[in-house]
Design a binder for this molecule. Structure first.
Ligand code: A3P
Length: 321
């Protein structure tokens, strides 16, 4: 169903030969396109999406850095937007039988990566909910030209790195074993990680959220974990889906957060046993779901070095992790 390397478009193949490369974290080579690293299949998805995606004014795009809680926020967005259809009664909610990645598909990793270079998305009912990891500079122009909204999610780089390390180790074939943390740490610090450099990704959306707060809502995983109710209401207000006083009385906010909680989603049969068509087990998207697991894995030297890089990169931006 998905494109193989020899099925890339001529345009993509031509481009690949002109791009800087690095060895990736799993097996594939990474290519630097518009300042960010992609395996070639993902790059094909980015190119097709840039060429063909027509954003609509009512579209909602969840953008995130990898491993920042995308799965969680996909679930929350889906439950929020569709709350009048599904939250009562609870037992037939689509989140109970579908992984969030199925309900809110990735543009460049799913819709534009399947056989068709230009999928027909016109039959989807509005508001259409999509997600992407594309950096701000790579977004299709129609996203800027439309009234569509962007919800951006990122996470403390130390936790994002550790989460990505565990995730990519699961994708490596058994004979390869896990990558040494030292090795991926070096790469991460040099900006060589999927959709990296991390800081450039975050800064692109951070700056846009300051310039255009009606277009881009900037969220952090840690803040969502600390005050989920506050951020869910903020998200609803930003998207024009505020909770009514009747819904507040019915504790709709709590209902959504409960169904989307790590405890609930990670224990569902679909998420324990299912897998994406591209091969990843759904269970790989639910590991610990906690803030600060980096303390259990990174050495003091690693922490110092990464903190220093972040300090330099985010200096003057007003952004802190
Ligand atoms: P950890 O590896 O630190 O546990 P993404 O969805 O962007 O791939 O991010 C995955 C991270 O989000 C993983 O972090 C995962 O455990 C965490 N996560 C998944 N579902 C979650 C949920 N419902 N609530 C909180 N965190 C969740």
């Amino acid at each position: 169903k998905y494109l193989k390397q020899d099925e890339l478009t001529q345009e993509c193949r031509n481009l690949l030969s002109s791009l800087p490369t690095e060895k990736g974290w799993v097996t594939s080579t990474l290519y630097k396109y518009q300042g960010f690293w992609h395996p070639c299949r993902h790059l094909q998805g980015v190119l097709s999406c840039q060429k063909h995606f027509e954003a609509q004014d009512t579209d909602i795009l969840l953008v995130s850095t990898p491993k920042s809680g995308t799965t969680w926020l996909k679930a929350i967005l889906f439950a929020l937007i569709n709350r009048t259809h599904f939250l009562k009664p609870h037992d037939n909610h689509p989140l109970l039988s579908n992984n969030p990645h199925v309900l809110v598909p990735f543009l460049e990793l799913k819709l534009y990566l399947e056989k068709e270079e230009n999928p027909d998305l016109s039959s989807l009912s509005s508001p259409r909910l999509f997600s992407t990891h594309m950096p701000y500079v790579s977004l299709p122009t129609s996203v800027h030209d439309s009234q569509s909204k962007l919800v951006y999610l990122c996470r403390n780089p130390k936790d994002a790195l550790v989460s990505l390390w565990f995730f990519t180790n699961k994708l490596r074939i058994q004979e390869m074993g896990a990558s040494p943390l030292e090795e991926v740490f070096e790469k991460f610090c040099r900006g060589v990680s999927i959709y990296g450099p991390f800081w450039d990704h975050v800064l692109g959306y951070w700056e846009e959220s300051l310039k255009n707060p009606k277009k881009v809502l900037f969220l952090k995983y840690e803040e969502m974990k600390e005050q989920p109710e506050v951020h869910l209401r903020k998200l609803a207000d930003f998207l024009g889906y505020s909770f009514s006083s009747k819904e507040e009385e019915e504790r709709m906010v709590d209902g959504i957060l409960e169904i989307c909680s790590f405890e609930n989603l990670s224990k569902l049969k679909v998420n324990e046993e299912g897998k994406l068509p591209s091969g990843e087990d759904y269970s790989a998207f639910f590991r610990k779901g906690e803030v600060g697991d980096w303390k259990n894995h990174l050495t003091a030297e690693m922490v110092e070095r990464l903190d220093k890089i972040c300090e330099e990169k985010f200096d003057g931006s007003g952004l802190k992790f």
